[in-house]
Design a protein around this ligand. Structure first.
Ligand SMILES: Cc1cc2nc3c(=O)[nH]c(=O)nc-3n(C[C@H](O)[C@H](O)[C@H](O)COP(=O)(O)OP(=O)(O)OC[C@H]3O[C@@H](n4cnc5c(N)ncnc54)[C@H](O)[C@@H]3O)c2cc1C
Length: 379
């Protein structure tokens, strides 16, 4: 029985992951009444690299959320490792954090509760209704319905927001991921991205004695699992092979998808449900929090056309970074030359990282691109 809250509510959020919680918080901050439902039981886990870049930390701040001391582990930059070449750079400003998904979920859920979001757990939504949506067959009435139900969103299809052939991602935009935690002290203050022949492995420190390791590969035919993939990275394997396993291996897909529309009538999408960028960027959560903040404003003003316009703008930079990184992933010779340039000219890697986390202007972006191109021609 779904009761105990204002019915009809202003906003009904379907999905209580980072996107749903962030949107619920943003809408409450604008004075709207919010009900949220999720089929799972908190704290919700999800395969993820578990890195919050400085721009994601900033976006969380904008929603009024500060990660409490001790809940996360700070790191100061990114290190690329490819065929024995390494390049690293610190973030131009701010701190990044590695945080277990369950911890991030708990922090966000506590904040949502304190903001007055009414949350229903183990409450799968089964369909939309002209006056709201159905939870276990019961109608929850609301003015707006927000689909924050992840990559395989059903709200997206219920609201007919994926009907055009351009809404379906091409096969090459679909990649396969596995994640596992190892009990070992982080050996560096950087998040590491190891580039392999057909895969990438990234390592995020999440506490003083634990790292999160995520593998992403392009083809399900490879059936690549972490223990096999590590064979390609002897240095990493040596660090992990005697470490106690701190979680079971869990799989997920990551999809680069751009929808033509993200709302229809009173139904609107946010987070991975609304499209997204490949996990290799580590920018999914930042994008999600920014979309949520914008959506909260647009729900309050009743202007979803503004949300759609802003949504397009927000995805531009992460999408560009994803394209560049996936290009590097697919072209090993170019990758090695780029790595040589990054190694011999740390400023170019620092420039790229700054761009990645949204620092610098379009002029910086262009001049950095030209400088990198020139170095590549010389290499
Ligand atoms: C391997 C991998 C590594 C990643 N690494 C990073 C990283 O390091 N940094 C980063 O910023 N991003 C990373 N990302 C991206 C990030 O995980 C996602 O962008 C983020 O989880 C999106 O949140 P979401 O709330 O949209 O979706 P989800 O987290 O998938 O949440 C969707 C929620 O909806 C609920 N739900 C689904 N259907 C229903 C229904 N019918 N009724 C009710 N509830 C429903 C689910 O139970 C779930 O809780 C990574 C992604 C992958 C796959």
């Amino acid at each position: 029985m779904v009761s105990g809250f204002k019915n009809p509510a202003d906003v009904f959020v379907i999905g209580g992951g980072p996107a749903g919680l962030a949107t619920a918080i943003a809408a409450r901050r604008r004075g709207l009444s919010v009900v949220l439902a999720d089929g799972a039981v908190p704290p919700i886990d999800k395969p993820c690299g578990e890195g919050l870049m400085p721009d994601a930390v900033e976006a969380l701040h904008q929603l009024g959320i500060t990660i409490p001391e001790g809940e996360a582990y700070p790191f100061r930059g990114i290190r690329f490792v490819s065929d024995g070449i390494r390049a690293e750079a610190a973030f131009p400003r701010g701190t990044a954090y590695g945080i277990r998904r369950t911890d991030l979920h708990r922090v966000m859920l506590d904040h949502a509760a304190a903001c007055g979001v009414h949350m229903l757990w183990q409450a799968a939504v089964t369909g939309l209704h002209p006056e709201g949506a159905l939870v276990a067959g019961e109608l929850v009435r609301s003015r707006w319905v927000v689909g924050a139900d992840g990559t395989s969103s059903r709200v997206r299809s219920w609201a007919k927001l994926d009907q055009h052939k351009r809404d379906a991602p091409p096969k090459k935009n679909l990649r396969f991921a596995f994640r596992r935690h190892y009990r070992v002290a982080p050996w560096t203050g950087f998040m590491e991205l190891h580039w392999g022949r057909d895969c990438q492995v990234y390592v995020t420190p999440v506490s003083r004695e634990e790292v999160c390791v995520a593998l992403i590969s392009s083809s399900p035919k490879l059936r690549l699992r972490l223990k096999d993939a590590l064979g390609e990275f002897p240095e990493l394997r040596a660090r992990l092979e005697n470490a106690e396993l701190a979680s079971s291996e869990r799989g997920a897909i990551t999809v680069t998808r751009r929808l033509r529309r993200v709302y229809r009538g009173g139904a609107v999408l946010v987070g991975d449900a609304s499209g997204g960028v490949d996990a290799i960027t580590g920018e999914g959560l930042c994008l999600t929090f920014r979309q949520a903040a914008l959506l909260g404003d647009c729900l309050a003003s009743g202007d979803l056309a503004r949300y759609q316009k802003g949504h397009r703008r927000l995805i531009r930079r992460p999408a560009l970074m994803a394209r560049m990184m996936l290009f590097m992933a697919r072209h090993s010779r170019l990758r090695q030359r780029t790595m040589q340039v990054f190694q011999s000219s740390p400023r170019s890697f620092a420039g790229m990282l700054a761009m990645h986390v949204g620092e610098g202007t379009a002029r910086h972006l262009i001049s950095n691109g030209i400088a990198l191109g020139w170095e590549l021609l010389k290499a």
